[in-house]
Design a protein around this ligand. Structure first.
Ligand SMILES: Nc1nc2c(ncn2[C@@H]2O[C@H](COP(=O)(O)OP(=O)(O)O)[C@@H](O)[C@H]2O)c(=O)[nH]1
Ligand SMILES: [Mg+2]
Length: 200
């Protein structure tokens, strides 16, 4: 979308009549970087619902390659203005299968989803891609590049995740605001492309 990347975020918490507010779902498996992404881009203090993980989660929530001690139990919420006229409201859903009903609830009214993936655990991404597809939500996939994650070429990743040719796949660093905004801009561009496609 021309010009979006160059736009500085705005600070006004109030929407004026000329602004478009768009609800976006941030999905992906546990520990892929959803909370981090919402926090890195949000121009308001993000709402998070992190809770300390207890021994009940041992063997259920895989923390093998992480120093992770908390997990999102309800949602993340943040806001980012991609331009003077376009404001995204980000709803991050928890990634564990037991929370899929929460993801389904949060998807209501969303125009699209950013599905985060981690090449160290792509198998955990499939059910979420399937769920998002079943919900009829257009999406893109953003691979969050962790330092020790294996690098695969995009063609291989597309094949492994069984992505349709028209589904964008991008790399991002969820900790980096610019990188995360670029991923969100790619999603919005994708949504615009879909709206412009002639009805079949
Ligand atoms: N090295 C690295 N660490 C990350 C990145 N994104 C997130 N993390 C870390 O990975 C852990 C899980 O991230 P979090 O956002 O809580 O994942 P969520 O479960 O998907 O919300 C946290 O300790 C983050 O600091 C990244 O791009 N690179
Ligand atoms: Mg989280």
């Amino acid at each position: 979308m021309p010009g979006y990347a160059a736009c500085e975020p705005r600070t006004s918490p109030v929407l004026t009549g000329s602004e478009q507010a768009v609800k976006i779902l941030i999905a992906g498996p546990f520990s892929v970087g959803k909370t981090t992404l919402v926090g890195s881009v949000s121009e308001i203090k993000p709402l998070t619902t992190e809770e300390v993980m207890t021994s009940a989660g041992v063997g259920v929530d895989n923390t093998d390659h992480l120093d992770k001690t908390t997990t999102t139990v309800a949602m993340d919420f943040g806001r980012v203005s991609l331009s003077k006229r376009l404001v995204l409201y980000l709803f991050g859903a928890p990634g564990q299968p037991r929370f899929y009903p929460v993801l389904e609830d949060l998807s209501r009214g969303a125009l699209g989803a950013l599905v985060l993936a981690d090449t160290r655990s792509l198998d955990k991404t499939y059910p979420i891609l399937q769920l998002v597809e079943d919900l009829g939500l257009p999406y893109i996939v953003a691979v969050n590049t962790f330092d020790d994650a294996p690098a695969h070429d995009p063609g291989r990743l597309r094949h492994v995740m069984d992505l349709e040719a028209g589904t964008p796949l991008v790399m991002c660093d969820a900790r980096d605001r610019r990188s995360s905004v670029t991923a969100l801009t790619t999603l919005v561009e994708h949504l615009l492309t879909l709206t412009r496609e002639p009805a079949r």
